[in-house]
Design a protein. Structure first.
Lengths: 153, 181
């Protein structure tokens, strides 16, 4: 049983027919509610179970292609949501005409981030501000009384 | 004790590579010699097949886009970018190739829609900035200045349509260009 409904598979097939570039197809698939749903709810193994029978077909019709590209995009979205790079595709991208171009487009637009927590020993730095009689620059001092910021206005 | 979080962002750039990994796919496709005005080769391919599904989809176009006029029948030989930039001889589906043509064929952007004239080119862009669709302006009349376009939708027919009346796959961002070569 497919992860997509019949109506969704028709919708995906029409997009394959009308798309002029891999990027436009990939961009549209990212916004498709069915693709977003399976990217959130299905595991990558479930998505691959959907994809592999299609890849084995020599002559893929539009409904099969639409589903295959949708699964490809869902896998990339899933990996991106888990953070970091989307990495290597879990199947031979050349089996889909636009597979490599779409995967590479995802790689380009994925901005991996790393978070590092630095723990400082010692007391937390304190801070206070001064103005001279309500006029003049505002100055920020650290706990030792040294000026660390002066507002020139 | 103070805790500081630092987030480091690193963007990755990957170059598009050829997609002809599968001999079974490549067997149905035929590239032709196509170059920009400066002589740079443009990746392209001529398609040969229109499927039953595609024919059925095309039959729904008139219903789904009642204001559009079908100008031709379907063709797998060329797509929208092939119509706009390659004289209907082949398909151009590579986004970098379209960007290259715009530069090397000396297209300049027309920023004010009031200045757009018949013969100018419209390029639709996806949210990621890739050119998803293109066509030729055939009319841009006052007072509304909503350009009328001839464009080809995938392997489907050429349609004469208002600039906004296109498949949602193409997105809503667009720019107009004029060749000044």
């Amino acid at each position: 049983m497919s992860v997509f409904s019949d109506a969704e598979r028709d919708d995906l097939a029409k997009a394959v027919v009308v798309a002029n570039t891999p990027a436009s197809l990939g961009g549209w698939l990212q916004r498709h509610p069915g693709v977003r749903r399976i990217a959130e709810s299905a595991t990558e193994d479930q998505l691959l179970d959907e994809l592999f029978p299609i890849l084995r077909e020599r002559d893929k019709n539009e409904r099969a292609l639409g589903t295959a590209y949708a699964v490809l995009v869902a896998i990339a979205m899933k990996r991106r949501a888990q953070g970091g790079q989307i990495g290597t595709a879990p199947f031979q991208l050349g089996l889909l005409k636009w597979g490599r171009a779409m995967w590479d487009a995802f790689s380009r637009t994925t901005v991996p981030t790393t978070t590092e927590v630095l723990t400082l020993s010692g007391p937390t730095p304190g801070m206070q501000s001064h103005t001279d009689h309500g006029a003049g620059p505002v100055r920020l001092f650290n706990a030792a009384g040294n000026i660390i910021v002066t507002n020139q206005d | 004790m103070a805790t500081v979080c630092v987030v480091l962002g690193i963007s990755k750039t990957t170059v598009l590579v050829s997609r002809f990994d599968c001999a079974a796919i490549a067997a149905d496709l035929m590239p032709i010699r196509l170059q920009t005005a400066r002589g740079t080769d443009i990746e392209n391919e001529q398609g040969v097949e229109i499927s039953t599904f595609e024919r059925n989809w095309m039959a729904t176009l008139a219903h789904d886009h009642p204001q559009a006029v079908l100008r031709t029948s379907e063709s797998a030989t060329y797509n929208c970018h092939g119509m706009t930039f390659a004289s209907r001889r082949t398909q151009i589906w590579s986004a970098p190739a379209v960007r290259l043509i715009l530069v090397e064929d000396s297209y300049t952007e027309i920023t004010d829609v009031h200045d757009v004239l018949p013969g100018d080119v419209v390029v639709y862009y996806g949210n990621d900035g890739d050119p998803s669709h293109s066509g030729n302006v055939v009319e841009n009349a006052p007072p509304l200045f909503v350009p009328r376009i001839v464009s080809k939708w995938g392997k489907g027919p050429e349609l004469v349509h208002l600039v906004w009346d296109v498949s949602p796959v193409y997105g809503t961002n667009r720019q107009y260009f004029r060749c000044r070569a």
